[in-house]
Design a protein around this ligand. Structure first.
Ligand code: GTP
Ligand code: MG
Length: 170
């Protein structure tokens, strides 16, 4: 049969990694070169059909600045899915992503579908994090991994599709 699901999804990751840009690309098909840094968090919703299921994503786009860290549990608590975002041209952002994974493993919903997004894949000439090291890390930690670009739209719909397919059916 066909399932309709509502799924709370949270984006976490370092400031500037491209969380808001991924959401803007997914929800509105747009990209801004000068996307403003998020204050607190922003909410979006978007519906997507995948195979036997229609998922209404309720998306919390959190702020990556450290001063907002203490707000994060409000957004990941009860979330069915998380996208942890780093910037492939920024090693520190990959380290920050690993910290978020650890926090979710300790405090998050144990059934949460977790995706690791290596964003800004269009910046190949400035790459610092190889796809291979991220893939190995993701495999070891039970996440699925994709490189994305909010700028070119590479894998943006795909990552949400993959999450939709992995959500437990109601
Ligand atoms: P905070 O809200 O501060 O946590 O940052 P964020 O993770 O939401 O990052 P945001 O989407 O604001 O993007 C930061 C900057 O990176 C912006 O200037 C974007 O235009 C740029 N950017 C985001 N995604 C991409 C991408 O895929 N490729 C390139 N080249 N630039 C990107
Ligand atoms: Mg943002």
């Amino acid at each position: 049969g066909h399932n309709n699901l509502n799924a709370k999804l949270v984006l976490l990751g370092d400031m500037g990694a491209g969380k808001s840009s991924l959401v803007l690309r997914f929800v509105k098909g747009q990209f801004l070169e000068f996307q403003e840094s998020t204050i607190g968090a922003a909410f979006f919703s978007q519906t997507l059909a995948a195979n036997d299921v229609t998922v209404k994503f309720e998306i919390w786009d959190t702020a990556g600045q450290e001063r907002y860290h203490s707000l994060a549990p409000m957004y990941y608590r009860g979330a069915a899915a998380a996208i942890i975002v780093y910037d492939i041209s920024n090693t520190d952002s990959f380290g920050r992503a690993k910290k978020w994974v650890q926090e979710l493993q300790k405090q998050g919903n144990p059934n949460m579908v977790m995706a690791l997004a290596g964003n800004k894949a269009d910046l190949e000439d400035r790459r610092k994090v190889t796809a291979e090291e991220a893939r190995v890390y993701a495999e070891e930690n039970g996440l699925f991994f994709m490189e994305t670009s909010a700028k070119t739209a590479l894998n943006v719909n795909d990552i949400f599709h993959e999450i939709a397919k992995k959500l437990p059916r109601a």
